[in-house]
Design a protein around this ligand. Structure first.
Ligand code: HPA
Ligand code: ZN
Length: 326
C-alpha cells in the first residue's frame, strides 16, 4: 500500500484538537450569513490568504476573530459534525476535543449553547462514524484565574460529560502556576488535567505544568528538549506529549518541517503523539500531520504505528477501552 493508504488505515486517536480551530473558511462564511455577523473578509480565498502567521499570538488574533460567527447550539453542532465527518476518512476512531468556553461566554453566548451543540454532534459521530469522543474544557491563560474559576462553576451541570480541563491561548507571560488553584479544584472534581506548555514558553513552564498543575499529559512540549533532565523525567514518567507538526511549522515553533524534532522525541524515549491542533488554520488534519513528518523526517511505518499506538495509551479512555484499540 502507498503511504497515504497506510496512514489513513492506522486506527488513531486525536488528543490535541481545538474544535474552534476546525472552523473552515467555507463554514465561517455560511455561519456569518446565517447569523448576520460581519467578518472582515470578502472571500474564502481572502481568509486563507490571511493565514500566514509569524507566532502564536498572530494566529490567536485571527482564531478568536473567526470564532465570532459561532452563536447558537446549531452552530457548535455543525462545527463539530464537520470535524468528525472529515476525520472519519483519516482513520480517527477516538477524539478528545478541546473547547474554549470563554471565547464564547465573553461574547454573551451561553455555556449551555456551546456544550449542548458539541455533545449532540458527538452523539451523531458515534452513531454515524463509530467515532468515540470526549471533551476537554480549556481555560484561556491570558485571562485571570478568577475567570477560569467562574468558567469551572458554569460547567458544573455538565461535569459528568467533561473528561478533563486544559490550558491554552497566549503562553508567554502566563505560566502554569498562575492557575494552580483552579487546576487543584478541577482535580478535586475528578477531572483529568492537561496544559499547553513548551510551545513558545520555556522548559520551566513544562516543569510547572508537572509540579504545580499535576498534569496527566502535556500539549506540545517542544521546548522540553532544551532541558536534558526534563527529557529524562518525561520519559521516565511515560508522560504523553501531544505534538502538532503542521502547527509547529505554521507558528514558527520550527523554521522548517525538515527540522521537526518528532523522531528526536521518540529516540529519547518520549511518548509523542501526532495531532492537528487547529486544522482549518494550519493546513491539514491529523493524517496530513502524520504524512508531513513521515515525508520531512523519513519516519518508517513502524514509527508511524508507534505514534498511533501512543495516541491510545496517552488518551483519557478507560484501560479496557485502550486495550481494545491496541
Ligand atoms: N496554542 C495555544 N493556544 C491555542 C492553540 C495553540 O496551539 N490553538 C488554539 N489555542
Ligand atoms: Zn493547541
Amino acid at each position: 500500500t502507498d503511504l497515504d493508504t497506510f496512514i489513513a488505515g492506522l486506527p488513531k486517536a486525536e488528543l490535541h484538537l481545538h474544535i474552534e480551530g476546525s472552523l473552515e473558511p467555507e463554514l465561517m462564511f455560511a455561519l456569518a450569513a446565517r447569523n448576520g455577523v460581519t467578518i472582515p473578509f470578502a472571500s474564502v480565498e481572502e481568509v486563507r490568504a490571511a493565514y500566514d502567521f509569524s507566532n502564536l499570538q498572530d494566529f490567536l488574533d485571527i482564531y478568536y476573530a473567526g470564532a465570532q460567527v459561532l452563536l447558537t447550539r446549531q452552530d457548535f453542532h455543525d462545527l463539530a459534525a464537520a470535524y468528525f465527518a472529515r476525520v472519519a476518512a483519516d482513520g480517527v476512531v477516538h477524539a478528545e476535543i478541546m473547547f474554549d468556553p470563554q471565547t464564547h461566554t465573553d461574547r454573551g453566548v451561553a455555556f449551555a449553547e456551546v456544550i449542548e451543540g458539541l455533545l449532540s454532534a458527538m452523539a451523531v459521530a458515534e452513531a454515524e462514524h463509530g467515532i468515540t469522543s470526549s471533551l476537554i474544557l480549556s481555560f484561556l491563560r491570558h485571562l485571570s484565574e478568577d475567570a477560569a474559576f467562574a468558567t469551572l462553576a458554569e460547567a458544573e451541570p455538565w461535569l459528568d460529560r467533561i473528561t478533563a480541563v486544559g490550558l491554552d491561548s497566549s503562553e508567554l507571560g502566563h505560566p502554569p502556576e498562575k492557575f494552580a488553584r483552579v487546576f487543584a479544584a478541577a482535580r478535586e472534581k475528578g477531572l483529568k488535567i492537561t496544559a499547553h506548555a513548551g510551545e513558545e514558553g520555556p522548559p520551566d513552564y513544562v516543569h510547572q505544568a508537572l509540579d504545580v498543575l499535576g498534569v496527566d499529559r502535556i500539549d506540545h512540549g517542544n521546548r522540553a528538549l532544551e532541558d536534558p533532565a526534563l527529557i529524562e523525567r518525561l520519559a521516565r514518567e511515560g508522560m504523553t506529549l501531544t505534538v502538532c507538526p503542521l502547527s509547529n511549522h505554521k507558528l514558527c515553533v520550527v523554521d522548517d518541517l525538515a527540522d521537526h524534532p518528532i523522531d528526536a522525541m521518540l529516540a529519547r524515549g518520549l511518548k509523542a503523539t501526532i495531532n492537528s491542533d487547529d486544522p482549518a488554520y494550519f493546513g491539514g488534519y491529523v493524517a496530513d500531520n502524520y504524512r508531513a513528518v513521515a515525508t520531512a523526517r523519513g519516519l518508517d511505518r513502524a514509527a508511524l504505528a508507534r505514534l498511533a499506538r501512543n495516541s491510545f495509551t496517552g488518551s483519557f479512555l478507560p484501560e479496557e477501552a485502550v486495550a481494545a484499540h491496541l
